[in-house]
Design a protein around this ligand. Structure first.
Ligand SMILES: Cc1cc2nc3c(=O)[nH]c(=O)nc-3n(C[C@H](O)[C@H](O)[C@H](O)COP(=O)(O)OP(=O)(O)OC[C@H]3O[C@@H](n4cnc5c(N)ncnc54)[C@H](O)[C@@H]3O)c2cc1C
Length: 107
């Protein structure tokens, strides 16, 4: 993956998927390279990226208060915490919650 953060480059990154599994490189005689272009989420799109707007912040606080009041329930991940998380952080958060909160609650 090569990021393209410059303003004058219209795409955000280039990805060549075969390098995700370098041990399979020899098995492929062709490859696919694609470019990602970012745009605002429209109606009918899946809203992948949480965007913390002022109105959404109030709604989040409302949900957080309700979540805290639920016994033996917790929330993790992008969807559950309404945060932008890369994969490594999402996985680390899940492992941490399993080690601490989950084992304490469900011992
Ligand atoms: C286009 C794109 C590119 C990305 N590129 C990278 C990258 O290069 N590197 C990187 O580290 N991260 C990348 N990410 C981020 C990575 O995908 C996320 O960090 C990770 O998937 C978050 O994991 P999660 O478990 O929090 O959420 P998710 O993987 O989104 O899991 C949430 C799950 O909840 C389910 N769900 C939703 N609503 C409900 C409901 N009402 N009831 C039950 N289930 C429900 C969904 O179907 C989904 O399976 C990218 C994300 C996107 C969208």
């Amino acid at each position: 993956m090569i990021n393209a953060p410059d303003r004058d480059v219209p795409f955000t990154r280039t990805i060549e998927h075969k390098f995700f599994a370098p041990w399979e490189l020899e098995a492929h005689d062709k490859t696919v390279v694609y470019r990602e272009y970012s745009r605002a989420c429209g109606e009918g799109d899946i809203p992948y990226y949480p965007v913390r707007l002022v109105a959404a912040q109030a709604l989040l606080e409302h949900y957080e208060a309700r979540a805290r009041a639920e016994p033996r329930v917790t929330f993790v991940g992008r969807l559950g915490t309404y945060q932008y998380l890369d994969m490594d952080r999402a996985i680390a958060q899940a492992l941490e919650v399993t080690k601490t909160w989950f084992l304490a609650e469900y011992r």
